[in-house]
Design a protein around this ligand. Structure first.
Ligand code: ADP
Ligand code: MG
Length: 141
């Protein structure tokens, strides 16, 4: 067991659906603690920078447009094996492939509008947390 932090984003579709609280409850129910949180309406540059690893993928432009289509709610989650635990809670990228009971199976409509982002490795978690929470206190409990 390793204590980790991971970056989570509740994407514009889930914010619009008014299910922020239900998604946060899934994290808390799995013993992940919310250590930092803020809303943001991302600029095109911020969203493109965040998803820079995907810049050559055919879906990149649509992904950026979607991520700036409304406010997002960004969290740092902390707990034992937080990165994989959050990925398990999220479910597969395509909600049609996501296991029943996962966030994406329950709240997402499509592979484009898939409710949540979660870091996929310790390296990316550190980069993504620093990207959205620079110089900000993150409260371990
Ligand atoms: P995940 O969010 O599960 O880590 P990826 O990192 O592979 O998935 O992709 C980032 C985001 O890009 C996905 O959450 C999804 O919104 C979008 N995406 C990925 N693959 C596709 C695709 N084939 N078509 C459209 N959008 C996609
Ligand atoms: Mg990813």
């Amino acid at each position: 067991m390793a204590l980790q932090r991971t970056l989570s984003i509740i994407k514009p579709d889930a914010v619009k659906k008014n299910v922020i609280g239900q998604i946060l409850s899934r994290f808390e129910g799995a013993e992940l603690k919310i250590s930092a949180m803020r809303f943001a309406l991302l600029s095109r540059e911020e969203a493109a920078g965040f998803y820079a690893v995907h810049k050559d993928r055919p879906f990149f432009k649509d992904l950026v447009e979607f991520m700036i289509s409304g406010p997002v709610c960004i969290q740092v989650l902390e707990g034992d094996e937080a990165i994989q635990k959050n990925r398990d809670l999220m479910g597969a990228t395509d909600p049609k492939q996501a296991d029943p009971g996962t966030i994406r199976a329950d709240f997402a409509e499509s592979i484009d509008a898939n409710a949540v982002h979660g870091s996929d490795s310790p390296e990316n978690a550190a980069t993504e947390i620093a990207y959205f929470f620079p110089n900000m206190n993150i409260y371990s409990r």
